[in-house]
Design a protein around this ligand. Structure first.
Ligand code: B4P
Length: 191
């Protein structure tokens, strides 16, 4: 199996690049942001609880997202690989993911981290907020909080995968095509 973590701050291009990568490499896309937003839309108990946190730009509790990922892994027993987009976002989530994959007798192949300046992140997210209807993309202070959550709770995960020799930082500025080319350049020799 080929299991990729696409990593980066909010607005780095994880969702955008994942859409292309799943087609090129025939992978199953697991985006915790998308799964949470579908729970919110369905007004499930989980969605109602998550909405308040997401609207403020705070992370949803670890046990909630770990449970979601576990279910999705079980739902896809014949997958040839997964793209994890927006997960893991804490060290506890990274440790849980390692254990879940171990149970399936597989592991993370690599983590690709998209590096983008804070100014560009804010510009991209505010632009998406004009059309997406996403509350968390429309307010500069909420975007700042999401970046702060990333810096304090998510960025340290780099060390977890660096220690396993799986961490690949990449320039995330440029056109979507240019960045896709850079990502493919890291994956193609391995897959
Ligand atoms: P996510 O849905 O993961 O939100 P995101 O980080 O904003 O998405 P992404 O980074 O994929 O956006 P993209 O760059 O593609 O999370 C939302 C919320 O859900 C979190 O704040 C949290 O509350 C919760 N959550 C999710 N996962 C969680 C977890 N594991 N644990 C706890 N809580 C969790 O797109 C951004 C914009 O940039 C788009 O408009 C795109 O068109 C544009 N763009 C992309 N690439 C570009 C480029 N090269 N140039 C110009 N624009 C570009």
């Amino acid at each position: 199996m080929f299991n990729l973590i696409l990593f980066g701050p909010p607005g780095a291009g994880k969702g955008t690049q994942s859409e292309r990568l799943i087609t090129k490499y025939n992978l199953v896309h697991l985006s915790t942001g998308d799964i949470l937003r579908s729970e919110v839309a369905a007004q499930s108990a989980l969605g109602i609880r998550a909405k308040e946190l997401m609207d403020q730009g705070d992370l949803v509790p670890d046990e909630v997202v770990i449970g979601m990922i576990k279910t999705k892994l079980q739902d896809n027993p014949t997958a040839t690989g997964f793209i994890f987009d927006g997960f893991p976002r804490t060290t506890a989530q990274a440790e849980a993911l390692d254990a879940l994959l171990r149970d399936l007798e597989t592991s993370i192949t690599m983590m690709i981290a998209l590096e983008v300046s804070e100014e560009e992140l804010i510009t991209r997210l505010l632009k998406r907020g004009e059309s997406s209807g996403r509350t968390d993309d429309q307010d500069r202070s909420i975007i700042q909080n999401r970046i702060e959550e990333y810096t304090t709770k998510t960025a340290p995960i780099k060390d977890h995968y660096s220690a396993q020799d799986k961490f690949h930082p990449l320039e995330g500025m440029g056109t979507i095509d240019e960045i896709f080319g850079r990502i493919s350049g890291v994956i193609d020799p391995v897959i």
